[in-house]
Design a protein around this ligand. Sequence first.
Ligand SMILES: Nc1nc2c(c(=O)[nH]1)N[C@H]1C(S)=C(S)[C@@H](COP(=O)(O)O)O[C@H]1N2
Ligand SMILES: [Mo]
Length: 319
Amino acid sequence: MLIRKAGDIRPSEITCESNYLNRRDFIRAGAIAGGSLIASSALAAVIPEMGMARLADVAVSPLSTDETSNSFEDIATYNNFYEFGLDKSDPYKYAEDFKTRPWTIEVSGEAEKTGTFDFDEFVKPFDLEERIYRMRCVEAWSMVIPWVGISLAEVVKHFNPTSKAQYVAFETLNDRKQMPGVRGRALDWPYREGLTIAEATNPLPILAVGIYGNVIPNQNGAPIRLVVPWKYGFKGIKSIVKIRFMSTRPRNSWNMAIPREYGFYANVNPTVSHPRWSQARERRIGAGLFADKQETLMFNGYGEHVAHLYKDLDLRRNY
Ligand SMILES: Nc1nc2c(c(=O)[nH]1)N[C@H]1C(S)=C(S)[C@@H](COP(=O)(O)O)O[C@H]1N2
Ligand SMILES: [Mo]
């Protein structure tokens, strides 16, 4: 029997699909077949032997939500990654051949330990954890994503920032050869983001290296990207090559592009509208054409962990 219910599919099988989901032809075939999850699981049954880049020794985190995760297909085919194009369906098509090895991460600035590290060497000291988090894009849609990653707080501690380090800045790779989007001027490349040191050492943020127990797909920010679940999705910078500890606030790409619409903090906040739309509600990707929008939660539902960080901040002005 080829067709099973979603609940019967083990994560390892979903992973199996991932290798094929990167192939644009299969995506089209799945879309034509109608129920894409059914089409995918059927494929997994037909082709049992697939090279899966499964991540080993992943601990389950108590910080995960018990909401149902989006399908792998939703997560890997509906993306924002402007380096690979502006449409939601561009990143999975144009990042297919993106080279994520060898990959180095340069750590610099106000820290005792700095240098340039190979990706594997960078990740090795830290425990891998599955963190199932809600993700709320500033465009008023959301998903639930089962990330695998390392704690950003642990990473920050490891590099021993000095007392001057008030912020952490991140940069994405900027490669015209591999990234068709950076030949255009949609943003001032490289993509940049930043957090305060208090935000970066909160237990919630992770540097994600996987999804559904497997190595993260290129279109989701391979080989390593930031996830900050109480902030709008654009803070979650992808394909990171630089991390810098700074005494002054770093600039961030969307704030540089349109400062009156996008700030530095970008905390999810249903009471502060975007100048062009309300942030009170959100569309859950995969909920179906006729599903009602759902209410957006303050700090995306993570207030008990982070509200204290902003108790002296005017969130209307510091959007
Ligand atoms: N380098 C880079 N990082 C990026 C973006 C981008 O365009 N370039 N888009 C951001 C936005 S707007 C969102 S909503 C999330 C989307 O992450 P996902 O595609 O893994 O769901 O990535 C963020 N990180
Ligand atoms: Mo976004």
